[in-house]
Design a protein around this ligand. Structure first.
Ligand SMILES: NC(=O)c1ccc[n+]([C@@H]2O[C@H](COP(=O)([O-])OP(=O)(O)OC[C@H]3O[C@@H](n4cnc5c(N)ncnc54)[C@H](O)[C@@H]3O)[C@@H](O)[C@H]2O)c1
Length: 329
């Protein structure tokens, strides 16, 4: 199988590439070629070939046709500008998240000759905005209240239309906030949901900009990779015309996150969380979904963690070699 991964240098892209390198196959088919692209050439997993890494800006005309010239069977579209940056820089957000996506889908369409790859689009629960029910079911209509959420919602519509017209076989997956995210804090407004666990586990201070009663929807990076692989290989007939699915996750409050951290890493870790209310983050987060009832995704075989304890343990296994480091109180 031939695969193209955009945003291959990103957090999820790197983990996806590592997982593919470990498996050596996708859905039982051996990997023939895996092309990773990002604005700077992504690191290639040790297994090469079939891995190739290229630098390219998807929002520049002419780049997407080069990437799709080899007619990949599966395209996993992760390249994006994240929520806080898309809100701060309106032009960049629309250029990458909308124009980049459209140019990619157009490159697929104009290949012609019956080319119809599986396209997995990384959408987000940010497509939902208030007012929404406390628990969002599969029939709630996306009505985003951020530029990022709007760009993702447009991507979902394009994916559905290009699928309906027969140019591609699309699956949009609305990712929960991915926690615990490795690496330094990033430019997503949701960054603190990971920092308040990750930084204390490394013995570093973390800033909590919102109150403890904020409830949100989480899944681990490992679960995100599993969603993408399932979306790349599943039978898409049961999707009908509704090509985007809300992914399963774990609904917890910040207080529950902190108590889970305490149970795993102790009071010393929790003492490293410093409360520093930030009105702009509070305002953004207040419009975010708190819980979902993702029946369609569950029925189609998507699985996430069942508790925040499991989510922290995935971080400890995947990033800390399975050991909870002693944290100085
Ligand atoms: N991490 C989360 O919590 C989360 C939640 C919901 C949705 N998502 C979506 O999942 C996808 C991957 O997220 P991530 O956490 O790995 O983000 P990330 O920021 O780590 O990775 C995104 C990558 O896209 C690349 N990129 C940006 N503009 C580009 C362009 N013009 N051309 C080529 N590459 C470009 C960036 O350089 C970056 O490496 C994104 O589409 C994101 O919107 C993530």
């Amino acid at each position: 199988v031939r695969i193209l991964i955009t945003g291959g240098a990103g957090m999820i892209g790197r983990k996806l590439a590592e997982r593919l390198a470990r498996d050596g196959s996708l859905g039982g088919s051996p990997l023939e070629h895996v092309l990773l692209v990002d604005v700077v050439a992504p690191e290639r997993p040790a297994a090469e070939p079939p891995f190739e890494a290229r630098a390219g800006d998807l929002a520049v005309a002419g780049v997407a046709p080069e990437l799709t010239a080899g007619r990949p069977d599966v395209i996993i579209h992760l390249a994006a500008v994240l929520s806080a940056e898309a809100e701060d820089d309106l032009e960049k957000g629309y250029r990458v998240n909308l124009d980049g996506t459209r140019l990619l889908f157009e490159a697929v369409r104009t290949q012609g000759g019956g080319y119809r790859p599986r396209v997995v689009f990384a959408s987000s629960i940010a497509v939902f905005g208030v007012p929404f029910p406390e628990v969002i079911g599969d029939d709630v209509v996306p009505a985003p209240l951020t530029s990022y959420g709007t760009q993702k919602a447009i991507g979902e519509l394009l994916l559905a239309d290009y699928t309906r017209r027969g140019f591609l076989d699309g699956v949009g997956i609305r990712l929960p906030t991915i926690s615990v995210r490795p690496g330094p804090p990033n430019r997503a407004a949701s960054s603190f949901f990971s920092s308040i666990v990750r930084e204390p586990l490394h013995g570093r201070e973390a800033v909590l900009p919102v109150s403890d009663d904020v409830r949100h929807w989480h899944a681990s990076p490992r679960a995100a990779v599993a969603f993408l692989l399932h979306a790349a290989t599943m039978d898409t007939d049961p999707l009908g015309h509704r090509r985007s699915l809300t992914m399963p996750g774990v609904s917890v409050t910040v207080a529950e996150q902190i108590e889970t951290l305490r149970a795993i890493a102790g009071d010393g870790a929790v003492a490293l969380i410093r409360r520093e209310p930030d009105e702009s983050v509070r305002r953004i987060v207040a419009t975010w979904p708190r819980a979902f009832d993702p029946q369609r995704a569950l029925a189609l075989g998507f699985r996430a963690e069942r508790s925040f304890d499991e989510i922290i343990r995935v971080y400890v296994e995947d990033e800390l070699g399975g050991r909870v480091p002693p944290v100085a109180a």
